[in-house]
Design a protein around this ligand. Sequence first.
Ligand code: PLP
Length: 430
Amino acid sequence: MNHTKSEEIYNEALEHIVGGVNSPSRSYKAVGGGAPVVMERGKGAYFYDVDGNRYIDYLAAYGPIITGFGHPHIAQAISHAAETGVLFGTPTQHEVNFAKMLKEAIPSLDKVRFTNSGTEAVMTTVRVARAYTGRTKIIKFAGCYHGHFDQVLVAAGSGPATLGSPDSAGVPVAVATEVITVPFNNKEEFQLAMEKWGDEIAAILIEPIVGNFGMVMPNPGFLEYVHDIAKEKGAITIHDEVITAFRFHYGAAQDLLGLKPDLTAMGKIIGGGLPIGAYGGKKEIMDTVAPLGPAYQAGTMAGNPASMLAGIACLEVLKQPGIYEELDRLGGILENGLLEAAKKHGVTITINRIKGALSVYFTNEKVENYEQAEKSDGEMFGRFFKLMLEKGINLAPSKYEAWFLTTEHKEEDIIETIAAAEYAFSQLAL
Ligand code: PLP
């Protein structure tokens, strides 16, 4: 495959944009370096780079693009916004319509607020929990990523962990000491933390189904336990559903798991590909937010018509019957095909799959927490990533990121992907 133009553009980008990328996880640093492929356009499950190469995409822009690129229903909504005004700085009917839609799909939301990113949404839930409880400490789980604000860049996963610097420079020690990190799926460690600091904990920040050290389900009873102890100690439960909302069914992971958090943060899918975040939850807690209450959160672009209309259109697509069943079916074919191909060439992998999202770990251990995910062989993944790219399959350039199917992937795309993987595994086995 020829990548001449990608390399040229990337070299130019290096001169003008720090690291040549606008988000560190887009660089190929974690997969052995080199110029990232520069994309020109996308359609359905495919995108095309500036050198004219076609890829089947499993990055889905790190999650939002669940309906593929250029979906006509979403494109129409965005054009309507472009023609009728993309920003007013006043309330609009669209915001109300979208808030109602989210509330109908996710019963724990009494009230909602829109933001511009998942980071902003999670950041605000933490502030609101602190304002409501009058406490300052939070508990998070090791390897879970909640955005790039100070309090959550403490033993975080996703991009920061991949780059080998889980804590960011510039985060004050005073902030980090307000955050307690415990391993996911470990009741004992959680219990110890709550015994020690329970009365000082404002919130427990939870990715209910982890998406940031691969896809990891909570073990049966784990999150129920976390919720029970949080309640007992007067701490707020925050579900970070930035990845999981509308990923596995028409609603949030909390409904699949039978949980009702106090607050929920969302993003990614709910924007239909445009910038968005949202948070919501129990009325009495949400009423702490300005202008009703003393916790401040605002945004010039928050609730902008383009993001609202794109988000509504995306959910309308996802509400069609059979969508999630098909994602699950294709995910199953992909999982089995990858496992068989790896086995055929004697390559050891473990796959965690939840419907249309899966992760491939180069380890023979099961992966239930970050420590186990870290054991996945990064060098092996880096080689696999590049072999797949050469065969026209685009994955996230990190061993921790999930593969996401979209409503536009067809069975023939999955077959092509499995054939590419078989080639890649055969090369790894040499
Ligand atoms: N929370 C989770 C679980 C995420 O995966 C991410 C981003 O990957 C965020 C929050 C931050 O969202 P954003 O990148 O939109 O700020």
